[in-house]
Ligand binder design. Structure first.
Ligand SMILES: [Zn+2]
Length: 244
């Protein structure tokens, strides 16, 4: 798909003085860190690059807000092919499509506070993998997460079901007990790493698919102050290759 951007349209004079408009598509794509949508759908490594590129645009105030027009809505009425599944916190400051500069039909998103997963979340991920053929799952935490902060503070008499969130995050907090630095942000990272590892081990579907390299599961943290998403090295190493 050719994407038009007024700033990058070069005008040229012809011999008859009629102005012609041309777009340097390759340059425009390079300047805006564009990764092709269909190849990102097929290759989870390119899907990661696509998310990285979109977040770079967002941080640099160069968002292109793709695929949000009437034509896209009409097309998507016939089906979806999201190129990534995001398991994210519900926090209103982390709207996934905006921070990754993606559009309609691009991201299959499961959001709960502290991105704590339950059976319904697992079922949603499995649906994305088996029925929508999405090959990338990203667990996305964020700095200063309220759910993680609650697990660090461990208040007494937690009302309602909030205790479920705290109990799920507590093991990550415990692992960070002797770490220097901010206890909440340390636990945010550890929580993402632990969640990635538990999804990689999740039977009966994700574990097998991950081992065969058919899907990738990685973790990232969004910085509330800068808008930047950092993909965590701890979750990007030794990723399985797809066996033929
Ligand atoms: Zn949060």
């Amino acid at each position: 798909m050719v994407v038009f951007c007024l700033q990058n349209i070069a005008t040229a004079q012809t011999s008859t003085s009629v102005k012609k408009t041309t777009i340097d598509s390759v340059k425009w794509r390079a300047d805006h860190y564009i990764v092709d949508r269909d190849t990102a759908f097929k290759d989870p490594r390119l899907a990661i690059k696509k998310l990285m590129g979109g977040n770079k645009r967002f941080v640099e105030n160069k968002s292109i807000r793709p695929r949000q027009d009437a034509q896209t809505i009409k097309k998507l009425g016939f089906g979806q092919k999201p190129f990534a599944t995001i398991v994210s916190c519900s926090d209103s400051r982390v709207p996934n499509e905006l921070i990754f500069d993606q559009g309609l039909g691009d991201l299959f998103i499961i959001r709960t506070a502290g991105q704590v997963s339950s059976a319904a979340s697992y079922g949603s991920m499995e649906y994305a993998v088996l029925k929508l053929y999405t090959r990338l799952i990203v667990v996305l935490g964020h700095t200063e997460c309220g759910a993680v902060a609650a697990a660090v503070e461990r208040p007494e008499d937690v009302p309602g079901h909030i205790v479920t969130l705290i109990n799920e995050i507590k093991p990550a907090v415990a692992k960070c007990a002797n770490m220097p630095g901010d206890p909440v942000n340390n636990a945010v990272r550890q929580n993402v790493i632990d969640q990635v590892n538990s999804l990689r081990d999740l039977d009966p579907i994700l574990h097998k698919k991950y081992l065969k390299g058919e899907i990738l599961i990685v973790g990232a943290v969004y910085d509330l102050h800068t808008g930047k998403v950092e993909f965590l090295d701890e979750t990007m190493k030794d990723l399985p290759e797809k066996t033929k």
